[in-house]
Design a protein around this ligand. Structure first.
Ligand code: ADP
Length: 395
């Protein structure tokens, strides 16, 4: 029997660390967990090993302390990291700017570049960097690899990536469309190519989680995506506006006396489904609709209208469409949203099979009719596995 190989995948946020020990060959998670409330008076760690959950409620002073406690848990309840054959640590990084079109082995230069890109992702890159720094200190003997959310969209055609903004300002302040969720769009579109046995597909992927984004992919290469300079642009999300007239900012600043920070908070945290319905979770939105709540009905309508608009736009961008795929929490589970996203799109050759759409499953599957010109699919995303495999590709 060959020894197993694993990659420890780390997704470090401002006050949390998510981790997963992935077997990239089998495509399975050996263990996973979450450190929350870093820096608060009481922290929380949840560690899962073989279906067994271990929890800790001690204070977690900082990211270094959090990762140290996680490594202790691996030692106490397993799996033993030495025996698990850990060959790399893969770190998720949100913003790779124009510098990274793929994964990179971490060295001091890479760290410095990620740091320089922080103004483009002030909430994320500094937090990602903390994970990289403590990871390198605590696990110095294995290579560390960074995988960027933006990398898949680094090759977007200039026509799609450029904003119609004064060129000098855009250049000086690096204002362009970088996209996000790229690891998921790349992984899911590759799965679809494999499932359909074609590498020339014109695809749309709808990643609908709390954050949500659409991509247009031709022959494995992204040609458009809905998130832009930041993950605020595009689809309606759990708490984010998605597309909105930028003059709304001027209007609120002038007439409501809102500061830039207040508008930022409003657009990112108090809008989207949450702003429209009071709930950011679609399960709750459906519950409200069943109770006859008119605002919730409108919220779902705004959400699915935006999806249809992007599907139509991206079919036009690609000059046709072969496959449309739903993924992430909403996309994988919500048959009502899926039906709403393609309602009236029969003219594009999209024909959903209502029974297949309603069936619940954790497996990748086709939900269109046999006669549908466009194959509609549900494919569960797995960003951790994608990060682990990208890390392996550099070893
Ligand atoms: P994140 O962007 O945080 O990674 P996920 O991809 O896990 O998000 O998606 C989370 C969202 O998925 C929830 O907010 C909820 O709206 C939605 N969701 C999860 N399960 C279901 C379900 N069974 N039906 C409808 N929506 C669901």
């Amino acid at each position: 029997m060959s020894a197993s190989r694993t990659v420890l995948v780390i997704n470090s946020g401002s006050s949390s660390i998510k981790y997963q020990l992935v077997d990239p060959d089998a495509g399975t998670a050996r263990a996973s967990g979450l450190v929350e409330r870093i820096g608060e008076s009481a922290g929380h760690i949840e560690h899962r090993n073989d279906g067994e959950v271990t929890e800790r409620h001690d204070r977690v002073t900082d990211h270094g302390d959090g990762l140290r406690q996680v490594l202790e848990l691996f030692q106490e309840v397993g799996p033993d990291l030495a025996e698990a054959g850990i060959v790399a640590v893969g770190h998720r990084v949100v913003q790779g700017g124009r510098q990274f079109a793929g994964p990179a082995l971490v060295d001091d230069d890479v760290v410095a570049t990620i740091e320089r890109l922080s103004p483009l992702a002030p909430l994320h890159n500094p937090a990602n960097l903390r994970g990289i720094q403590v990871g390198r200190t605590l696990l110095p003997d294995v290579p560390h690899v960074v995988v960027f959310d933006t990398a898949f969209f680094q090759g977007l055609p200039e026509d799609a990536a450029t904003y119609a903004l004064d060129r000098e300002v855009a250049e000086k302040y690096s204002v362009r469309r970088y996209g996000a969720h790229g690891t998921s769009h790349q992984y899911v579109s590759a799965q679809v190519s494999e499932m359909l046995g074609r590498d020339d597909l014109r695809q749309i992927v709808l990643h609908l989680g709390n954050g949500a984004s659409a991509s247009a992919v031709v022959g494995g290469r992204a040609v458009d995506t809905s998130m832009g300079l930041t993950p605020l642009e595009g689809l309606v999300m759990g708490t984010r506006t998605g597309d909105i007239d930028p003059a709304t900012v001027f209007h609120l600043a002038r007439n409501a006396g809102m500061s830039i920070d207040e508008v930022d908070d409003l657009f990112n945290k108090r809008s989207g489904l949450k702003g429209l319905t009071g709930e950011n979770d679609l399960r709750q939105v459906h519950r409200l609709i069943e109770e006859g709540d008119a605002a919730a009905k409108l919220g779902l309508g705004v959400y699915t209208h935006r999806l249809r608009k992007y599907v139509g736009a991206y079919a036009a961008v690609m000059g046709g469409l072969d496959a449309l795929t739903f993924t992430a929490g909403v996309g994988e589970n919500d048959a009502v949203v899926r039906a709403g996203a393609v309602a009236g799109l029969g003219f594009l050759g999209i024909e959903l099979d209502p029974e297949k759409n309603a069936a619940r499953s954790k497996e990748p599957r086709v939900i269109s009719t046999d006669g549908s010109r466009v194959t509609v699919l549900v494919v569960p995303t797995n960003e951790e596995l994608a990060i682990a495999r990208q890390a392996m590709s550099l070893l």
